[in-house]
Design a protein around this ligand. Structure first.
Ligand code: ANZ
Ligand code: ZN
Length: 813
């Protein structure tokens, strides 16, 4: 086999694509298709295998859809603000801007080396003031509508990143970025009122095609819960309490208010003050997940609540297992029917009152269904019905009401860091919080800051000092910047009109392209970016800037590439693969094809050097074949094969089962005969081209000589040419071969195996005999074929009995 200089070929076509701008997109009469891969955080270390994988998945799709006749938008940009860039810059003692811009150059160079068919004319990076100006503009719109607001409260603080974090970034009580254990602080911070959209975000009806897993994770995170709000009276004040179990209201024997509740001390009596203060001080922050494992602790506040249904007086405790910002931050505790309350009651010797019949409440809480007892007029009613009846009763007497609650919290966006979008707010002693006026946007990040202790922006004294837009008095700029997830919440819209200076984007242009038809990204974003982008999309819809409800029709979540040893790639394990090394050695086409050939792109898989080498050999074989082709007439058999493969490959790509498509491309190549028509060879190259665009262009040029294969039409199958019977037999044959290989792989003494005996039904004998050579090549065993009714059948283990039509019996020796 002759060597092939893949690198030279790849460079040639990348240059041609770039020069002719063939992937540049404009509005036209074709149907649109928007493919987007989640844009990267450009880091100085460049592209890793995970990036190459995501972009390859998207690029194959974009190329495929383009050839299918769609007007495809496939843009790329950089999510370039954020902590990691700032930290890396500090470490290298350079300005984050310089660091970031170098990283972007390096990144896009590597992306180009992968042969990705982006419309580079639309590229932007979020650290450019022409982009983040619109982050600030959206913030002002939210501020105007009361959706951006400042609030004092308990927040998660990362001691290592030295900033507060949003709830979504603090799951499990650790920092999403660095994994440090979070501290609890009480601070005044900026929030976006995502909870106003909670109900709509919990509705997935218009994104049915999102993966079930992502929908489930989001659903849990948003946590829609139907219940009843009941007004308890404490010290003559009304305290509405959220419960999902109004049927247990007669069993309430104490109340628990969150130790972090802002109004806790209004309930604490003088003699209990010291004790409660000590209790609160001892507690550290816990995440929602941790609460269930926590030892339940509390302390009596000295106050009593009145149960509105029977006027019973019950003690109010402060406790560590109640969340301050869920429901009303206080619970009505029913120890007989809630295990947390049960443990608490046992510990503090509080009365346990059974109100639902069926359990043994001496041992544990009974959380099952049953009839009500000890509940006056509601006795004897099934508790499911009692939920409705008691809520009705409370509603009638104005003591309570139906209520839907969400676990989702407002999005905390303040960050005490430099490398983010400045929050466009000015503080004035006279006027308070004043928004920067629109015409003064963008508020640019100052260059002159000192990194070191605290928020660097606080060292930009000249920048901070500013006139108050309202009274012209002395004002001070907000020094917190926005969470970087803000930047990525609407970038998909900006790609439709990247360089608009007058507006955030032109609605007509954007409405043409959005929603994204195929969005590709990681599972880790399920409850962060994937929720935020939906929120922003809906908000901008409500501003009438766009007319769709959801950002993406389809979301595809790719698997993770592990190291050759099966572990997560990491420097310390020495199993990191640099895609650029692979491109240098084998070329981008081999890398691309390998990445999507091992497994379904949805699954995790292990890197394998041998795997790439194998693909590389295959591509060399194709290349060599085309150097010495005999163009002629295709046989009927080949035409049948080709057309049937076109059908299957098209379907596989459509469903992003690229690995299956590649198996079929290989089978098709294996079935190449001495003479094939030019048209058919062209079709083969077209099928190959989304995966291996460079050599496809090169070979296309060789046999056709005109234009770019990337802009050709996808081949259509002529079903009349398919010999269904034959194709079915071949499919079964391939299945048999793979069964044989599976058996061989399981055997310990595989080396000693020489012969394979294949038992088929009489009708299939001829077909298998004809394919003996193929079986031999693919299994490295010597095949002997018998029909089950042959007189001289050799079948020492009675395997012929297992034969079924299309499924031969097999014996190895
Ligand atoms: C009385 C009761 C009796 C409850 C019973 C449960 C079982 P979801 O489904 O998650 O909405 N709750 C209310 N606010 C809370 C807070 N801030 N922190 C911790 N727990 C809180 O759960 C609602 C239930 O969680 C409510 O129903 C309340 O306890 C508790 F046999 O009220 B329940
Ligand atoms: Zn003022």
């Amino acid at each position: 086999m002759k060597e092939v200089n893949f690198q030279k070929i790849e460079k040639k076509w990348q240059d041609k694509w770039e020069k002719t701008k063939i992937f540049q997109t404009k509005k036209n009469n074709k149907k649109k298709y928007y493919v987007l891969e989640q844009f990267p955080y450009p880091s100085g270390s460049g592209l890793h295998v995970g990036h190459s994988f995501v972009y390859t998945i998207g690029d194959i799709y974009a190329r495929f859809k383009r050839m299918k006749g769609f007007n495809v938008l496939h843009p790329m940009g950089y999510d370039s603000l954020g902590l990691p860039a700032e930290n890396a810059a500090i470490k290298q003692k350079v300005n984050p801007k310089k660091y970031t811009e170098n990283s972007i150059k390096y990144f896009s160079k590597q992306q180009k080396a992968l042969g990705l068919s982006y419309d580079w004319e639309r590229q932007f990076a979020t650290h450019e003031p022409s982009y983040y100006k619109w982050d600030q503009w959206i913030f002002l719109k939210m501020f105007e509508k009361g959706l951006a607001y400042k609030k004092q409260g308990g927040v998660n603080w990362c001691p290592s990143c030295k900033t507060v974090l949003a709830n979504e970034q603090a799951q499990g009580g650790v920092c999403e970025r660095c994994g440090s254990k979070l501290e609890f602080k009480n601070l005044s911070q900026w929030y976006l009122k995502i909870t106003d959209y909670a109900n709509e975000l919990a509705d997935f009806n218009s994104i049915k095609e999102w993966p079930d897993l992502i929908k489930k994770l989001q659903k849990n995170w948003i946590g829609k819960s139907y219940g009843t709000e009941i007004d308890f009276e404490i010290n003559r004040e009304k305290w509405p309490i959220f419960t999902t179990r109004p049927d247990t209201i007669y069993g309430v024997t104490f109340m628990v208010i969150s130790a972090q509740h802002p109004k806790l001390f209004e309930l604490v009596t003088k003699d209990k003050k010291k004790e409660v203060e000590n209790f609160v001080k001892k507690l550290s922050s816990v995440s929602e997940e941790e609460i269930d494992q926590l030892e339940k602790q509390g302390v009596f506040t000295g106050s009593y609540a009145i149960n509105p249904i029977n006027n019973e007086k019950i003690p109010v405790y402060a406790g560590n297992f109640v969340l301050a910002d869920y429901g009303s931050g206080m619970v009505m505790a029913v120890p007989a029917h809630d295990q947390r309350d049960f443990e608490f009651a046992k510990k503090y010797k509080i009365k346990i009152k059974e109100v639902i019949y069926g359990g043994n409440i001496k041992k544990e809480a009974y959380i099952g269904e049953g009839k009500l007892i000890n509940s006056n007029e509601f006795n004897g009613i099934e508790n499911k019905d009692a939920k409705i009846k008691i809520t009705e009763y409370l509603e009638k007497n104005k003591l309570g009401r139906k209520k839907v609650n969400f676990r989702l919290r407002d999005w905390l966006i303040s960050r005490q860091r430099y490398w983010g979008t400045p929050i466009p707010i000015i503080y004035c002693d006279k006027c308070g919080i004043v928004p920067v006026s629109e015409k003064n946007l963008p508020v640019k990040l100052p260059d002159n800051v000192k990194f070191g202790k605290g928020n660097p922006l606080e060292t930009a004294k000249d920048w901070i000092k500013v006139k108050c837009p309202k009274c012209n008095g002395i004002g001070k700029r907000e020094t917190d910047t926005m969470d970087t997830f803000v930047n990525s919440s609407w970038y998909h819209l900006r790609f439709c009109d990247s360089y608009n200076e007058k507006r955030i984007f032109d609605s007509e242009k954007t409405n043409y392209w959005v929603p994204i038809d195929m969005y590709i990204g990681g599972k880790e974003h399920a409850c962060m970016h994937d929720i935020y982008i939906r929120f922003y999309h809906k908000f901008l819809r409500d501003l009438k800037l766009i007319n769709s409800d959801e950002p993406a029709k389809k979301l595809f979540v790719q698997g993770i590439v592990h190291g050759e040893d099966g572990n997560k790639m990491s420097k310390s394990l020495g199993n990191v693969v640099d895609p650029m090394d692979i491109i240098k050695k084998y070329g981008a086409d081999s890398l691309r094809m390998f990445l999507v050939s091992v497994a379904n792109p949805e699954s995790n898989f292990n890197w394998s050097d041998r795997g790439v080498e194998n693909i590389n050999k295959f591509l060399k074989k194709i290349f060599n074949y085309f150097q010495e082709i005999k163009i002629g007439k295709s046989s009927k058999k080949f035409q049948s094969k080709l057309n049937s493969k076109i059908l299957q490959i098209t379907k596989d790509i459509e469903e992003i089962k690229y690995n299956l498509a590649i198996i079929k491309i290989r089978e098709l190549f294996d079935s190449f005969e001495n003479e094939i028509s030019k048209k058919d060879l062209e079709k083969f190259l077209k099928l190959l081209s989304p995966f291996c665009p460079h050599i496809s262009e090169e070979l296309w040029e060789k046999i056709n000589g005109k234009g770019f294969i990337s802009l050709e039409n996808w081949p259509k199958a002529d079903e009349s040419k398919i010999d269904k019977e034959l194709e079915k037999m071949e499919e079964q044959l391939n299945k048999t071969i793979s069964d044989i290989n599976n058996i061989i792989n399981l055997l310990r003494n595989k080396k000693e195996m020489k012969n394979i005996y294949i038992y088929v039904i009489p009708k299939e004998k001829e077909f298998y005999k004809k394919n003996k050579e193929l079986i031999k090549n693919k299994t490295l065993l010597n095949p002997k074929v018998f029909a089950v009714n042959d007189k001289e059948i050799y079948d020492p283990e009675g395997k012929a009995k297992k034969t079924k039509p299309g499924k031969p019996g097999i014996f190895l020796k």
